[in-house]
Design a protein around this ligand. Structure first.
Ligand code: PMP
Length: 401
């Protein structure tokens, strides 16, 4: 019996926990179990571990002060806390600017804000996933409370110039709060909230996208940003997020930030693997669309739409050959609706359903990418052979019998 070596190419959905991260967390499941708020000696060293972790994460983000780092349970919580928290701190402003391609943890909160009487501008994107700066500038109004625009898109990897957009917001009106969801860029692109992004007020990230476990995230809150807490009932996190701290996971996230400092420079290697694969697939497979090609993308992401076949069938076939990938975002797979991101990019109808996202990590090897380059075209060719759409495209319409 042959065992198929598994190739994991779905790192935008989640990443493997790095062994160094697991090791750093271990003591907090054992002897260092104490409540960090308790006042005896062993608990004080647990509290100290959180202090150190906060310093590490602050340094990773280029934050001016460790107190600007709030630990949360995930990026979904961070995004909710940012939007609801800004709204309840400044009730006089009732307009929010966001985009059509945000993650649901921003999009759905913005829709909830609409139900609560807020006006929300959902900025459209072009075929490459870009927002026209003129549209953005036009959207800012005297009553704009918040701009929330992601740094990198989870489905296409398209990266936006959020530092510039934050500056434009502040030049228009210093009272506008600027939030960015950096869940898909943290650990892949350098982040620097003091030097590069001095106008970004709030930033979300998630541990499990950068080799820490699921269940820990960060909301960076620039000092002085008007934000009310959404989790009340505890003094933790300076009274800004109640709940006994998830010490092991916080320590794990800090260790992952240390590793990311090494991973980010290595991303040029990953980008070269991705670009090589993209060129090869485009050469050998007719009728494909690379979503987000030609603009800045995260180095690890390749979103490819193959006309006339179903993404789900491709996933099934790839899975059978030991390759783990996804269609659209993991969050929307399982539904028959094409992803809201690909719809917003106006991916042609015959390609929208045949979209696959391959996403690599710092642990991806050249041999794995080579294997994908061999398998992927065969899978597409096999499925097209069975596809009535493809048949019609290549042979023309059949006469009715
Ligand atoms: N934002 C983006 C861009 C994401 O990709 C994800 C995860 N798919 C989230 C937010 C939510 O992250 P979490 O799973 O930590 O809630």
């Amino acid at each position: 019996m042959s065992t198929v070596q598994l190739i994991y190419a779905d790192n935008n959905a989640t990443t493997a926990v790095a062994p160094e991260v697991a090791a750093a967390m271990q003591p907090f499941f054992g002897p260092a179990f104490y409540n960090p708020s308790s006042m005896y000696e062993p608990a004080l060293s647990v509290a100290e571990a959180i202090t150190t972790a906060r310093q590490t994460v602050a340094a990773f983000l280029g934050a001016a002060e460790p107190t600007e780092v709030l630990f949360t349970s995930c990026a979904t919580e961070s995004n909710n806390a940012a939007i609801f928290g800004v709204a309840s701190a400044t009730p006089s402003r009732k307009h929010i600017v966001t985009s059509a391609v945000e993650h649901p943890s921003v999009l759905e909160v913005c829709k909830e804000m609409q139900r609560r009487g807020y006006e929300v501008t959902f900025l459209p994107v072009d075929r490459q996933g870009q927002i026209a700066t003129a549209d953005y500038v036009r959207a800012l109004r005297p009553d704009t409370l918040l701009v929330t625009l992601m740094h990198a898109n989870n489905e296409t990897g398209v990266v936006w110039p959020v530092g510039d957009w934050a500056r434009i917001a502040k030049e228009t009106d210093p009272g506008i709060v600027f939030h960015t969801d950096a869940t898909q860029s943290a650990g892949k692109l350098p982040l620097d909230l003091t030097g590069a992004w001095p106008h970004v007020d709030l930033l979300s990230l998630s541990g499990h996208k950068m080799h820490a476990p699921k269940g820990v995230g960060v909301l960076y809150v620039r000092r002085g940003t008007p934000l009310r807490p959404t989790l009340l009932g505890g003094h933790q996190e300076g009274g800004r997020r109640g709940g006994t701290e998830n010490v092991a996971y916080i320590v794990g996230l800090a260790r992952a930030c240390d590793l990311a400092v090494e991973h980010v420079p290595d991303m040029a290697r990953i980008a070269a693997l991705r670009d090589g694969l993209q060129d090869e697939l485009r050469q050998v497979i007719p009728h494909v669309e690379i979503n987000g090609d030609g603009v800045e993308r995260t180095p690890n992401t390749l979103n490819i739409s193959c006309h006339y076949i179903e993404g789900e069938a491709m996933l099934y076939e790839l899975n059978g050959r030991g390759i783990c990938a996804s269609t659209g975002s993991a969050c929307s797979s399982g539904s028959l609706e094409p992803s809201h991101v690909l719809k917003a990019l106006s991916v042609p109808f015959t390609a929208m359903h045949g979209s696959i996202r391959l996403s690599f990590s710092a642990y991806t090897t050249a041999a794995e990418v080579r294997r994908i380059a061999e398998v992927f075209p065969r899978v597409v060719a096999n499925l097209r052979r069975m596809s009535p759409y493809w048949d019609q495209k290549t042979n023309g319409p059949r006469a009715t019998l």
